[in-house]
Design a protein around this ligand. Structure first.
Ligand SMILES: Nc1nc2c(ncn2[C@@H]2O[C@H](COP(=O)(O)OP(=O)(O)OP(=O)(O)O)[C@@H](O)[C@H]2O)c(=O)[nH]1
Ligand SMILES: [Mg+2]
Length: 366
């Protein structure tokens, strides 16, 4: 939609909202209106943000991680230590001027890392160059904060400011999280369990224009709570803090616990220089990305165990087929599955079946 259309739409929605009197019968309708208003506002602000930003890095691989931190914290050094990609490292601040991508394979998952320029301590990151960084990190799957063990006091303020800019990195946003996807319909995930949405949920989400999404829920929820979650304008991105340069500070454990309790974000102590903690950091990244591996097997052949498909937790077989090829998704109607997601040795399931890590799948064509 064009900017003018969005403004008109917002006006219409606001008018409907103010004309509707609150009572028990209109409660749900008002909730849907609130969610619609939130969505239009979000579209308007992303239109504004996209204007003239030069940081559009193409996302590739199975997931994207952004390295974020103050100048000189060691972001480029960590990128090099993890991926081997050359990003300029120097003893003075502001060495990295653009977003530089590198790739790393962890447990067969191809993970893209983006090195970003340093954010200025104490400055408002929503302005100037900071705004471009914020728009680049809004779309990543995980934020890796790189923090100098000798200069960490401004980190809680940085996290608060990201929150004010609509990026919640606390990892504990709401009991319900709606993650839009390109196709595959609506899947509700309660912990490791997938449940079918009710007709009422489908109806409400449909009215909000949500047709393909994973709904992550901690437990049971009401339709009203779902509408509230849809109205939430915040982007929630998981994050990890890498407390860097611990080779220079013997009291790093103290800094680690201070940061952990001030932010609620997991902290891994590392040194990009000596390599200490890098393996633990890779494990933590892998765990937080929530990726699973699924192996394809053709009928009558052995599965290709060296070459898994890497997908997000909660992916259905249809999502997985589509990752191989659109044709595979449209030509398959069921599949044989062997692994943790089924109870018996080999089970025939529909394409709405949710895969688990290590599953071996044979698609059956129509
Ligand atoms: N002792 C020690 N020095 C480090 C470590 N990691 C990075 N450095 C040094 O810290 C300085 C800054 O490192 P960079 O990787 O350029 O930092 P940056 O965060 O990318 O900096 P900008 O791009 O300018 O924001 C360099 O002199 C690095 O050699 C570490 O683990 N230990
Ligand atoms: Mg740098």
């Amino acid at each position: 939609m064009e900017a003018n259309d969005l403004e008109r739409r917002l006006e219409e929605l606001n008018e409907q909202y103010s004309k509707t009197k609150y009572n028990k019968a209109t409660n749900k309708y008002l909730g849907i209106l609130r969610a619609k208003i939130a969505k239009v506002k979000k579209q308007m602000s992303s239109k504004r943000r996209n204007r003239g930003t030069g940081f559009a890095v193409k996302k590739t691989g199975d997931a994207t991680v952004a390295l974020v931190g103050f100048p000189n914290a060691g972001k480029s050094s960590v990128l090099i230590a993890l991926t081997g990609v050359e990003s300029k490292v120097a003893e003075y601040a502001f060495t990295t001027l653009t977003v530089i991508p590198g790739m790393l394979e962890i447990n067969k998952a191809k993970i893209q890392f983006l090195d970003t320029p340093g954010l200025i301590e104490g400055a408002h990151i929503g302005r100037g160059g900071g705004r471009q960084i914020v728009s680049a990190i809004r779309v990543v799957d995980l934020i890796l904060f790189i923090v100098d063990v000798n200069a960490y006091s401004d980190i809680p303020a940085l996290i608060r400011e990201l929150n004010d800019l609509g990026i919640d990195v606390s990892g504990k946003a709401g009991a319900i999280r709606i993650e839009n996807r390109e196709s595959g319909g609506i899947t509700i995930l309660k912990g490791p369990k997938a449940v079918k949405p009710t007709a009422e949920i489908l109806d409400v989400l449909g009215q909000l224009g949500v047709h393909n999404a994973n709904i992550y829920a901690k437990g049971d929820f009401t339709v009203d709570e779902l509408i509230e979650a849809a109205a939430n304008e915040k982007t929630s991105i998981k994050s990890i803090i890498a407390l860097n340069k611990i080779d220079t500070n013997r009291n790093f454990e103290r800094a680690k616990s201070v940061l952990e309790s001030a932010t609620g974000i997991p902290v891994v102590a590392i040194s990009a220089k000596t390599g200490t903690g890098l393996q633990e950091l890779k494990n933590e990244i892998s765990r937080n990305l929530g990726l699973i591996r699924v192996y394809l097997k053709r009928k009558g052949e052995a599965p290709d165990m060296s070459n898994p498909l890497v997908v997000k937790e909660g992916s259905s077989l249809e999502d997985i087929a589509r990752k191989v090829h659109d044709k595979m998704a449209s030509e398959s109607k069921s599949a044989y599955v062997m692994g943790r997601s089924v109870r018996f040795g080999i089970q025939k399931v529909g394409l709405d079946h949710i895969a688990k890590d290590g599953d071996v799948v044979t698609f059956i064509s129509r």
